[in-house]
Design a protein around this ligand. Structure first.
Ligand code: FES
Length: 360
């Protein structure tokens, strides 16, 4: 390298003579790249001892403060759990959601801040405060480096007092252990409380409940269902539900179709589940729960658009193609005195995805 010039400072001329930046600047000052001043490495500032380094009383005080923060975190975790049960969400009272969220949030905030601030304060007030340079090195250290690492850990343990300061250590362990408790309690509450099969069989359908158009809720007469037609159906009363309307609809939606009697191939045991060629099947795919809404009139096939499962309406909605593992549940139907289509009972099979079969 030329004196005081690095590679970026040199420009090769067409005659292969090396020109310096200064030469170039002299010829075209407006376009020359001028080397910036190098900033000298300022190094580390001199280490200043902290009060906790000089005064054993202050050190003890810092230790107590840190422990108090960790204990505060435990209190926050407990508060979150208590708040979750003490302020339950009442769907009829929107103010209950606010209270529940407020106290739950306060508890979790306290729990996380207690651990976080306590750990930072521990490192700032009690742990060693030397600034150090860590050089980059290959990922796998040499045996010597690994031995050194063990030494560093031992030294860090010695300097932080992790094993020696049992009060700080144990309160930290307690705080960290208590922090996930609110999450465990809340996620546990998301799981179904009972047997999923029983829950999925229990819908709004019952003996005498009229089949109504979705979404208007008007009842359907058997005479309205012509051969080849298909109706999207909800149970009577669903449109008026104040709460859980979506959840109930997700389980109870039905597709209604009329087939020529000679095309229906019914199991004798289920022959009275249809009415004069009219059949009703759950609209929720038994694969992963998409709405099965495509009806092919000529073949009497129902197609689920999500993963192309096909069900044969003429044969109790058996699966004839695709990943669905079982037929669509059939809703037994008849007509009432006024000629309206009504359910004879609830579904006899669980509706929707068959995830529960894994455990059987
Ligand atoms: S959800 Fe219907 S085929 Fe997958």
């Amino acid at each position: 390298m030329a004196d005081n010039h690095d590679d970026h400072d040199e420009v090769t001329s067409p005659s292969n003579e090396v020109a310096t930046v200064d030469d170039h600047a002299a010829n075209a000052p407006a376009t020359a790249v001028v080397r910036t001043d190098r900033v000298p490495n300022p190094g580390f500032p001199p280490e200043r001892p902290r009060v906790a380094d000089l005064d054993p009383k202050k050190e003890k005080q810092a230790e107590r403060t840190i422990s108090a923060l960790f204990l505060l975190s435990v209190v926050g975790s407990v508060l979150a759990v208590v708040a979750y049960f003490a302020f339950p969400i009442d769907e009829a009272n929107p103010g209950s959601v606010r209270l529940n969220n407020l106290f739950l949030g306060l508890g979790i905030t306290l729990a996380l801040l207690g651990v976080g601030i306590g750990a930072v304060h521990w490192s700032k007030a009690l742990m060693h405060s030397h600034e150090e340079v860590e050089l980059r090195h290959p990922t796998r250290g040499s045996d010597e480096a690994r031995t050194k690492a063990v030494e560093v850990f031992s030294q860090a343990n010695k300097e932080s007092g992790f094993t020696r300061r049992s009060l700080v250590r144990n309160t930290l362990i307690g705080a960290v252990a208590a922090t996930p408790i609110p999450a465990v309690v809340m996620f546990r509450d998301l799981a179904p409380q009972g047997d999923p099969v029983a829950l999925l069989k229990q819908t709004m359908w019952d003996e005498g409940v009229r089949l109504c158009r979705d979404p208007s809720g008007t009842p359907i007469r058997a005479a309205d269902v012509t051969i080849g037609s298909a109706f999207h159906v909800i149970p009577e009363g669903l449109a008026e539900l104040e709460y859980h309307r979506i959840e109930e609809k997700a389980k109870a939606v039905v597709l209604l179709m009329r087939l020529p009697l000679e095309d229906l191939n019914e199991d004798p045991e289920k022959a009275d589940w249809s009415y004069d060629g009219i059949v009703a099947y759950s609209k929720i795919c038994t694969h992963v729960g998409c709405p099965v809404a495509l009806y092919e009139q000529l073949t009497h096939h129902l197609l689920c658009p999500c993963h192309q499962s096909q069900f044969d309406v003429a044969n109790h909605a058996e699966v004839i193609f695709g990943p669905a593992a079982r037929p669509l549940p059939q809703l037994p139907i008849t007509v009432d005195d006024e000629g309206f289509l009504v359910a004879k009972s609830d579904f006899l099979d669980p509706v929707g995805p068959s995830f529960w079969e894994i455990n059987r």
